[in-house]
Every structure is written in C-alpha cells, then in structure tokens.
Design a protein around this ligand. Sequence first.
Ligand SMILES: [Zn+2]
Length: 271
Amino acid sequence: MPELPEVETTRCGIAPFIENNTITKVIVRNRSLRWPIPTGLNAKLSQQKILSVTRRAKYLLIETDIGSLIIHLGMSGSLRILSSNEAVEKHDHFELQFKNGVSLRLRDPRRFGCVLWEKDDPQKHKLLINLGPEPLDNVFNAELLFEKSRKRKATIKQFIMDAQIVVGVGNIYASESLFLAGIRPTRPAGKITKQNAKDLTAAIKKILKQAIKQGGTTLKDFRSSDGKPGYFQQKLKVYDRKNEPCIKCNKPIKQITLGQRSSFYCPLCQK
Ligand SMILES: [Zn+2]
C-alpha cells in the first residue's frame, strides 16, 4: 500500500511535468473507484493550467484556477507520467492529457483509490479537514504528542497511527519508530514520559525522512511507460523480523497483533 513517503515521492516525480502545464483532455475510463469519479471533469478542466501539486497526508492536491483534484492512491494505485499516445493498459482508469503531449495516468487494479473534485479550498474538504498535523511539520513535536497522549488508554502504537493525532504513520513506520525510540508498542499512550515523547517524535521524523529520501532515488521510474512507481522497501530494523536477532541486543524479535495489525518489537530494547 502506498504510504506517505511513496505519495510524497509520487508528488516530487509528477510535479515538474505537470505544474504550469495546460490540460487538454480529461479521460475517465472507469468511474468506479472507492467513490465514483465526478462527471463533467473534462468540460471543467480542458484548457485549465495546473498551478501546483501538493500533498496533505496521503492525498495529492492538483490545483487549478477553478478548483482542485484530490487524488488518493488507495491500496494499489500509482500515477505515472508518459507520452499521451502510449498504449492504455487494463487498470488505467483516469488520465489527464496535457498540451505538451504528456499524460498523467492513474492505474489502480484494486480500485480503492479516488479522484475527487473540490472547487473551494481542498484543505477544507471533509476528508482533509479533521486530519492531524503533518509528521514533518514543526507543529508535530514532543509537546504536542505528550499533551495529546495524556489519559489515553489506547496503545502507543495505535495512538501514533491515529490520523487525528498525526498523519502518515503507517504500520511499518509505527513499528520502526517505536523500536528506534525504545518504546514497547503495547504501552498505553497515557503512560509515555516527556522523554519518550521527545524520542518518539524524533524517531517518526527520522524514519519518514529516510523513506522519502530513499524514494527519491527511484524518481526516474515515473517517466518510463512500463516502470513501476517509486515504491521501495526500506531496510527494516524490526518490522517483519519475527524471531530474527535484534540488531542492538541479539534477542529474538517478537511479533504480536495490535488492532488487527502485525507489530514487531524487541522485548529487551523496548520498554
Ligand atoms: Zn533488542
């Protein structure tokens, strides 16, 4: 599933090709994504120029003078830049064609993604308005995490994966961040110390920055017609390493299930 770093990598990959570029045609080949792609986009968007491509949580916001497209990649979506005359493939459901002969195509085999239209400020769209801060923004810091965690009985892992607390900390990144911060995923959020909050916010930022940086190295793939999008497997220290030795202390890594998600931790290093 595309996580925040992959979405940011996608944004960096597509923005240079479509910003300041004029749309000539909008093609919808299959409207039935998670929510139906709105009708009338071609009439609205032909001859509109893309002003910017930004990201909020895992949503990509493609802004024009008359409104914004809000795109989510769902479970299996990818966006690619290619020549408009490139053959269309089975799961290419949505496409923006541009004046200079390039297209932005959304491929989504499982169709859990979405393409929505918002004529006003997309940040105020109902899917976005209640989201917590961006993890790499200064607003997300130790004080905020500590304050919000008080009296919370949820486990710290579920707490940091809650998009109202902070966005973009997916299952793998939550496990990795907790390992780096030395906090056991099962600890109630309300029981973390100020020092824990400091270590954990630093760990989340570090892990996500590394992932984005690594994703950047695959940017060239966004141009090739058969290229896979820039998803990547980070070198994981604890996730998916059940019974393998901890890289710090050699104890076998444990696997448990929290909120129906697999969690991995070191029973010695994480308290
Ligand atoms: Zn250990």
